[in-house]
Design a protein around this ligand. Structure first.
Ligand SMILES: [Zn+2]
Length: 405
């Protein structure tokens, strides 16, 4: 097993106890950190104010090198300044899972770690993590690729095994999963000093409060803080809590045209237009950029049984999308010129949970951006969505009766 030689999962807490103060986050020291070309490969150096547990691995399609750490503070660290290598064609870092940070280096070809070394200076407690990557053959690279298996690292432990709950007819609380888009290492769209991930987390929390106040609903957020959550995990969470519906919240940028107003997306293999296709591709790609191994992840949804489940679920998702559009119009909220669209968003692929993706507006539009930053506007949007869910719930319960007859 080649991988075992260089995948390093090291815990330093024990060996270094007493050497220095471990309270607080380790900071990255940017002056002594960087990615540089070397003969036959490249080196990744990261200087930290203290030693932390970490792991490293590589991924294919495209070739990436990933480092995970116990949470570190990236303040003052610029990706562009760190990347001084031609072989590293991109670099990102940020929060990944609660308590963990990630750095992803895009490689211009297959390279594998030759040495992985963490040295701690006893006097200062500072740690230097040095990885040397050497050029590798593509077969060797493919064989080594993949995140080391750490139980519970990403998927909720019993996530996809949850029993399918029978369809509701309005007796029990409606289980609503709200999915604030992006997070952590994946900021989503950014414009004028605001990031989509922050706006959507804020709105997700506000909407949750409004729905809970309305009563008759249990509300679960797929993320509660600024951490990365993979698309697969978002879907798994919805299954785990046996959601009645899944609502993904976004506010992306569109460079083409002057897109503004809200758009409701439902799942389809073929996108309704080029912009929708590009948007779905960008969202699905965010997982890859964050260093998620996507090999085989679509096999799950290729299953015929899932297609059958979807035949019942898809019309319900369409009705949900329609209820949202109507309620937004009722509340005089701005709608896109084509407010109902569809595309192949991975996050909408639950076969048995009606799922929609709502672009509340576009961060690339000045007016939408101002709206999204306006607490009063967001409150109106939350109330409109509350009413939409109530309307959908009534209609859905009625069709459940029809199906049963
Ligand atoms: Zn988005």
């Amino acid at each position: 097993m080649i991988r075992a030689l260089w995948v390093a999962v090291i815990c330093l807490w024990g060996s270094l106890a007493g050497a220095q103060d471990f309270s607080g986050l380790a900071r990255v020291l940017p002056e002594q950190s960087g990615v540089e070309d070397r003969r036959g490969g490249l080196s990744v150096d990261l200087a930290l104010s203290q030693g932390v547990p970490y792991r490293v691995f590589t991924l294919t399609d495209p070739a990436r090198f990933v480092m995970d750490f116990r949470e570190v503070d990236w303040q003052g660290v610029e990706a562009a300044a760190l990347d001084r290598s031609d072989r590293a064609v991109g670099l990102r870092m940020g929060g990944f899972r609660p308590g963990w940070s990630r750095m992803v280096v895009d490689l211009d070809g297959p390279y594998l770690p030759k040495t992985v070394d963490l040295r701690v200076t006893p006097e200062t407690g500072q740690a230097a993590l040095e990885v040397v990557l050497r050029s590798a053959g593509s077969e060797e690279f493919a064989a080594a690729a993949g995140a080391p298996d750490l139980p519970g690292w990403d998927l909720p432990s019993d996530g996809l095994r949850a029993e399918r709950r029978p369809r509701q007819r309005g007796e029990d609380p409606l289980v609503v999963v709200l999915d604030p888009g992006h997070g952590g290492i994946d900021p989503g769209a950014q414009a004028d000093g605001v990031a989509e991930k922050d706006l959507m987390l804020r709105f997700g929390r506000e909407l949750k409060e409004v729905l809970l106040r309305a009563g008759g609903m249990d509300v679960v957020l797929t993320r509660r803080d600024d951490n990365f959550v993979s698309l697969e995990r978002r879907v798994a969470i919805a299954h785990q809590v046996q959601a009645d519906l899944f609502l993904s919240l976004h506010a992306d940028s569109l460079s083409a045209g002057r897109a503004h107003g809200a758009t409701v997306y439902t799942l389809s293999d073929s996108a309704s237009d080029e912009a929708s296709r590009a948007l779905a591709q960008r969202h699905n790609r965010a997982d890859m950029l964050a260093g998620v191994d996507l090999r085989g992840s679509d096999d799950v949804v290729a299953d015929v049984l899932m297609d059958l489940a979807r035949m019942e679920t898809q019309p319900r998702a369409e009705r949900l999308a329609k209820a949202v559009r109507l309620s937004l119009a009722d509340h005089d909220l701005p709608l896109n010129s084509r407010p109902m669209r569809h595309a192949g968003f991975s996050v909408l692929k639950s076969p048995d949970i009606p799922s929609i993706l709502l672009e509340l507006g576009f961060l690339s539009s000045k007016r939408d951006r101002a709206n999204l930053r306006d607490a009063e506007w967001r409150a109106r949007m939350a109330v409109a969505l509350r009413d939409a869910l109530a309307a959908w719930r009534r209609a859905d319960a009625a069709t459940a009766d029809l199906v049963r007859q």
